[in-house]
Design a binder for this molecule. Structure first.
Ligand SMILES: [Zn+2]
Length: 255
């Protein structure tokens, strides 16, 4: 059966001297793998449309009950040029598709997720600064779409909001995405991941602010690191197969 769909390229792997196996996150079929015959030849018909982070429109022979399909045609819809030319944005964009590749199951349609990914990449491509905010917000939205949204508006036991407590930190509960203020945590000994209330408030802001307004404010590097590691622990707790994001380790270890 011949199918067509729009897709974001997640990964492109050499298969033979002339062909590639390409992993895509598509609008109609979720994550799919296709064989792109001749993709390694000079001047091949696919051009730059199979580069990771490219938004392309594809036609392929869909072989039901097989996990590798045959790519027939692929054209660029949006190349996201600045994600390829600006090194910081490139690493952050690569981290986003790396996470998506780990989090999504094969061939599970999720148009809302596809829309979120395209929006996040568009905004990141446009961003002149603070593009990491879009990736942090993307992860929070991804949690919500998977059904384990973080709920950080108030301590889950006493109901006090983070502004009302005198302590500087609280505890994020990995099991249900809520937090406990330090007083309640001491009372109940429920544990969790220690996190500053500044990071809690930043996460709320990242979740509530529309993607297109996210780059106006800088999140400090210490808070960014705190949020990244809390989200990494949270995602690992809820989704099997989440590993360290190589692209981000590369970006932040250079500094
Ligand atoms: Zn409390």
């Amino acid at each position: 059966m011949i199918d067509e769909t729009e897709a974001i390229v997640l990964r492109s792997m050499d298969f033979s001297d002339t062909s590639k196996i390409v992993t895509l996150y598509s609008k109609k079929f979720g994550k799919i793998k296709v064989m792109a015959k001749g993709a390694k030849r000079a001047n091949n018909k696919f051009g730059a449309s199979l580069q990771p982070m490219t938004y392309s429109s594809i036609v392929f022979y869909n072989k039901p009950s097989r996990d590798l399909h045959l790519l027939s045609k692929s054209e660029i819809v949006e190349p996201f040029i600045s994600l390829h030319s600006d090194s910081e944005k490139m690493f952050i964009g690569l981290a986003l598709i790396e996470l998506l590749n780990m989090a999504m199951h094969d061939e599970e349609e999720n148009p809302a997720m596809f829309e979120l990914v395209v929006q996040a990449m568009k905004e990141m491509n446009k961003a002149e600064k603070n593009s990491i905010n879009i990736f942090l917000a993307f992860q929070l939205r991804l949690c919500a779409m998977f059904g384990f949204r973080l709920n950080l508006s108030a301590c889950r036991r006493c109901g006090r909001q983070s502004e009302e407590t005198h302590s500087l930190h609280g505890y994020l509960q990995l099991t249900n995405g809520t937090y406990c203020c330090s007083f309640c945590n001491e009372e109940t000994g429920s544990g969790g991941v220690k996190i500053t209330l500044g990071a809690i408030r930043s996460m709320q802001w990242l979740e509530e602010t529309p993607l297109q307004n996210l780059t106006q404010l800088a999140v400090s590097s210490s808070m960014r690191d705190e949020i990244l590691s809390a989200l990494q622990l949270y995602l690992r707790y809820h989704i099997e197969g989440i590993r360290t994001l190589n692209s981000l380790s590369l970006l932040y270890s250079q500094r």
